[in-house]
Design a protein around this ligand. Structure first.
Ligand SMILES: [Ca+2]
Length: 272
């Protein structure tokens, strides 16, 4: 006897259509990079929503596939339904093993699966669609996962290089230390991440910080300056040293990294 009928196990959901003959959906997306802290658990100190930003999905198209491979593009996409199924920068970061001073690209680069409502988005071949996220430790300009005097030196060297001769930030590599992961170019995504992590005294939860570039402009629109820009200077270096001093002190053995930063930065950390 013939095993008739395909057992339809497509991920039908509240967001998928249940129309007759519906088989599955696939999508095409256009994405942009985002930069995040390893301590970002999705809830910001001021109670706002943190975590991966859905604006990393710049454009989304969903195509519903019916019997006989009849394809129907969805007329309307509700971008508010884009989500990451509960994944946060913290959960993604902690899902991997990290060894300080032995860093690779896998310590910093994450491809985060995208969902639309409760439907995971896949391409035409069924491969998960993702956004590129760069995640690191606050203050770690050198990308070695430690926050110490090497980071302060890297910040001062970078600051001196861009301020003395009026050089463009894209002429200078911030992470040029031997300690951390090598950065090939001043325009590399890893150097953007290094700058994001080094700018410790900015309002870290400002709305555009996750997509602010070395030159202070937005990843999504390089004609537009982010509200808080990206200023890396001697004040960041001294705050990194203050953090390092406390982190190294036995008096702070029972204090979290997060709380030490709060102590070093005060309310400036959250823009107050
Ligand atoms: Ca470091």
């Amino acid at each position: 006897m013939e095993l008739s009928g395909s057992s339809t196990t497509s991920t039908t959901s509240t967001i998928s259509t249940t129309s007759e003959g519906y088989k599955r959906s696939y999508a095409t997306i256009k994405t942009q990079a985002g930069y995040y802290f390893s301590h970002d658990n999705g809830v910001r100190a001021n109670g706002q929503k943190g975590g991966f930003n859905k604006d990393q999905v710049v454009k989304l198209e969903i195509i519903d596939v019916y019997a006989d491979n009849y394809e129907v593009p969805r007329a309307a996409i509700d971008y508010d339904l884009i989500n990451f199924n509960g994944a946060t920068p913290e959960s993604e970061y902690n899902s991997r093993t990290h060894v300080p001073k032995q860093t690779t690209i896998d310590d910093f680069k994450y491809d985060v699966p995208v969902y639309y409502g409760d439907m995971q988005l896949v391409d035409k071949d069924g491969k998960p669609l993702t956004v590129p996220a760069y995640i690191g430790v606050k203050g770690d300009a050198s990308l070695d996962l430690l926050v110490d005097s090497v980071d302060a030196s890297a910040v001062l060297r970078y600051y001196a290089a861009i301020s003395t001769n009026g050089r463009d930030v894209y002429d200078v590599v911030l992470q040029a230390t031997a300690s951390g992961l090598k950065v090939d170019s001043p325009t590399a995504e890893l150097d953007e991440l290094a700058a994001f992590l080094a700018d410790v005294n900015t309002n870290e939860w400002s709305a555009e910080n996750w997509q602010t570039k070395k030159d202070g402009k937005l990843v999504s629109d390089d004609t537009k300056l982010a509200e808080n820009g990206r200023r890396i200077d001697s004040n960041d270096a001294s705050k990194i040293l203050a953090y390092y001093a406390k982190r190294s002190s036995s008096n702070y053995d029972n204090v979290s990294n997060y709380d030490i930063w709060n102590e070093v930065l005060g309310k400036a950390r959250f823009g107050a």
